[in-house]
Design a protein around this ligand. Structure first.
Ligand code: B1M
Length: 221
């Protein structure tokens, strides 16, 4: 692999948001494909950030700074990826549930997913079950992620899953939940497909879940 692509990954890891886009431009000028820069530069760098965050070698501020560098690189690549038709890893709809305004963890999860090549649609905070349902119908994501930080808002996840069922959409989307008060047992109990304890695990779980689907399976008529 080209040396400059390795350099993109390591500058991203170090959070160099001015250097990363410059290196991306230089790599493109050297004739390296946008897909290779994305996979072996930006995604590889964010993967390393995710692994080190998970084992406690990096902390939230460092992840946010690396994500900023990733976004700076993506701003250069995005139009070229669209032209080159590089497939996304999957479409991921994410939001913090009704009644809950905490979004720091949710934003981290979103950034890590983007770093892993997922296309994300962020519904923000305080998202009502009906709004999750409407967004699933409109955006047709493979994955729906719900975040909750309050024990009092956990039931909104159950309501959202019931609302998806009532709308006939539950089998069209995999549901992942996360947030400090949640557990894998709770995910099982409410009929979610998966629970992820942190942002790095969310990427691994999302990759596993989209492996179960093809695009055609998910087309909503
Ligand atoms: Co709030 N708050 N807060 N708060 N707040 C907590 C959560 C609390 C534990 C503090 C405490 O009492 N010790 C407590 C909840 C108690 C409980 O329910 N058991 C609490 C409370 C009570 C409240 C209020 C009710 C306080 C009040 O007004 N009386 C109020 C509620 C407002 C509302 O939501 N309706 C409130 C308000 C706020 C602020 C607005 C001031 C602010 C939020 C700012 C913001 O998010 N923009 C805030 C904050 C910052 C916190 C603490 C201090 C930090 C949360 C945080 O951002 N952590 C928190 C105490 C604490 O945790 N120490 C607390 C860092 C973040 C990176 O971690 O969000 O856990 P976390 O995300 C992790 C994982 O959980 C996971 O990945 C992330 C990264 O690894 N994850 C997912 C998260 N979502 C995921 C989704 C996934 C997968 C993984 O898939 C979809």
């Amino acid at each position: 692999m080209a040396n400059i692509v390795h350099q993109i990954a390591s500058e991203l890891y170090n959070g160099e948001d001015e250097t990363v886009p410059e290196l991306v431009k230089e790599a493109l000028a050297q004739g390296i494909s946008p897909a290779e820069i994305l996979a072996d530069g930006l995604i590889a760098g964010m993967d390393r950030v995710g692994r080190d965050f998970k084992v406690g070698n990096l902390f939230v501020p460092e992840v946010l700074i690396a994500a900023r560098a990733m976004h700076a690189g993506m701003n250069v690549l995005r139009p070229l990826l669209a032209e080159a038709d590089v497939p996304s890893a999957g479409k991921y709809l994410i939001g913090t549930v009704k009644g809950d305004l905490h979004d720091i963890g949710k934003n981290l999860v979103k950034m890590m997913l983007e770093g892993a090549g997922f296309e994300t649609v962020d519904l923000g905070v305080d998202v009502a079950p009906a709004d999750f349902v409407d967004a699933v119908r409109t955006h047709q994501p493979q994955l729906l992620g719900m975040s909750a930080l309050l024990t009092t808002t956990m039931p909104a996840m159950t309501e959202t899953i019931k609302a998806l069922e009532a709308a006939g959409l539950r089998d069209k989307v995999k549901v992942m939940i996360g947030g400090a008060p949640l557990t894998a047992e709770f995910a099982d109990q409410i009929g979610a497909d998966a629970y992820a304890p942190d942002a790095a695990s969310a990427v691994e779980v999302a990759r596993g879940l989209v492996g179960d689907y093809t695009r055609d399976d998910l087309m909503i008529m």
